[in-house]
Design a protein around this ligand. Structure first.
Ligand SMILES: [Zn+2]
Length: 486
């Protein structure tokens, strides 16, 4: 036992996680009922050390049940015993960012990885591939990193009485920092001021792209896209120009999975949409370039070195989109509720601010109960979840079930072996069979890319056909005219 506790401490020293060695050693020795002897430098692979320490903790009845979720929570607790306190991390981030922002962000990133808050090893299991679509390269990920809830976890949650008024209201709340719930004892967040309001920055535990991070509102309040959003996004870009930042839309169906806590996503990443071709450029406003992108989701790109002009213009486009109607194209802004909003993404490129505004509509009908501009039913076997910011910009996050299902699908195409999980794919697979286009497994992945591209097309409000292009052009021109009159 002592060997493993010492190996854990050695890892902490080697990765410069430990701020107070005596405190860390004492806590860990006590936890594992070790006599307070001398620490001996011991090196072992960290995964082996953690597995041993978690098994031992379970034997000592320090947590239950023995599920991935509960093991994660206890592992976070073990790291918290040796890592710097939240206030220390905030001080260090502030001190570093005063002189070098890159250093400050890389400090928090490295710390989050070293204490396993970012689940690097699980993320490595994800499957990545590319598809060369008519809109350019589309990136796809089959997400195998997030553990699914064990029935034992669900049973445990039922046993617990919910009487925790001080605790976090959702997984994004700042109260999650150093909280045992949701395995966040090892979470450290840093404050930011954006658009004169308080926000907090943290890295995402399941990075979907490089340095995937989340900026959360200080208070638990619903997502809301307005002029202040654009201001906040540019404030962040000014603070950290090498990261992009964007927000999910603020309506169900077209938004992300969390609508009740205002937040943005950021990272050091270039999504496929960045390289989209341009259909038409408008130069009617001084020092601003407006472009309609050749992209399946209707996207207007604003570019300028004057961020304030972009904030004004974006707010104007948002408000005119909110009331825009084109019945023939099924674009109807209100029924009993408003349906139109925007997914905005900001970046700084070649000394220019860029702001992509993706036009969204979440209306449902009898024919499209999940949403007219949402993955259509015939594509649900591949993707039925919301098309949020990440996917709208060309990076598909596909459900983990697809790994197995595609393996079975390939066997079906090659050897006619049918598996029960193929039921939902059968129409598609029989089409592929008829077309005789699958000779390698890679071909099947390409067909998945094709379907995902159709999913993105489903989500586009102005289709890229004659009537869609004409309507979008008119919308942009009318909006510019009205803006110039203001
Ligand atoms: Zn919250």
């Amino acid at each position: 036992m002592k060997t493993y506790v010492d190996a854990f401490l050695t890892y902490g020293i080697d990765h410069q996680i430990i701020t107070d060695f005596d405190r860390a050693k004492q806590s860990l020795y006590q936890l594992y009922h070790l006599p307070l002897g001398d620490y001996e430098k011991t090196t072992k692979p960290i995964d082996e050390v953690l597995a041993y320490l978690l098994d031992a903790a379970y034997q000592l009845k320090l947590f239950h049940p023995n599920t991935v979720l509960e093991r994660d929570a206890y592992e976070a607790y073990l790291f918290d015993l040796m890592m710097p306190e939240p206030s220390k991390v905030k001080q260090t981030f502030k001190r570093l960012s005063d002189t070098d922002k890159e250093k400050a962000f890389s400090y928090l990133y490295q710390l989050s990885k070293d204490v396993n808050y970012i689940k690097t090893k699980r993320i490595a299991q994800n499957i990545h591939f590319n598809y060369n679509s008519p809109y350019g390269n589309i990136e796809l990920t089959i997400n195998l990193s997030k553990p699914e809830k064990d029935p034992k976890d669900i049973a445990k949650a039922l046993e617990e009485t919910i009487d925790d008024k001080k605790g976090p209201k959702c997984v994004l709340c700042k109260e999650n920092e150093q909280n045992y719930q949701n395995a966040r004892m090892n979470l450290r967040i840093v404050p930011l001021e954006l658009a004169s309001r308080k926000w907090h920055f943290q890295y995402s535990p399941y990075l979907y792209f490089n340095e995937h991070s989340i900026i959360l509102s200080d208070t638990h309040k619903p997502m809301h896209i307005n002029k202040t959003t654009f201001k906040a996004l540019f404030d962040f870009i000014d603070f950290m120009p090498s990261y992009f930042v964007g927000s999910n839309a603020d309506l169900p169906i077209v938004g992300g999975s969390i609508l009740n806590h205002d937040h943005y996503q950021s990272g050091r990443y270039h999504f496929p949409i960045e390289h989209a071709k341009v259909i038409k450029t408008y130069h009617d406003i001084e020092r601003v370039t407006i472009s309609h992108l050749y992209w399946p989701l209707s996207t207007i790109r604003l570019a300028s070195n004057d961020r304030y002009q972009l904030e004004e213009l974006a707010a104007h486009i948002l408000s005119s989109w909110k009331t825009y109607e084109h019945k023939h194209l099924e674009i109807i802004p209100f029924t009993t509720k408003p349906h139109q909003t925007i997914t905005p993404i900001a970046r700084y490129k070649n000394n220019t601010y860029e702001l992509d505004l993706i036009l969204r509509n979440n209306r449902t009908t009898k024919a499209y109960p999940d949403g007219i501009f949402h993955p259509h039913q015939e594509h649900h076997h591949i993707k039925k979840e919301n098309i949020g910011l990440i996917e709208a910009t060309g990076l598909a996050i596909l459900p983990g079930r697809l790994k197995e299902e595609l393996a079975h699908a390939y066997l079906y195409l090659k050897e006619d072996k049918i598996h029960p999980s193929l039921q939902k794919h059968i129409l598609w697979l029989n089409q592929l069979k008829d077309q005789k286009i699958i000779s390698h497994k890679e071909d099947l992945y390409q067909e998945v890319g094709k379907i995902f591209t159709h999913v993105l097309e489903d989500a586009g409000v102005f289709k890229l056909d004659d009537s869609g292009l004409l309507a979008c052009d008119t919308f942009i021109q009318d909006t510019i005219k009205a803006y110039k009159k203001m």
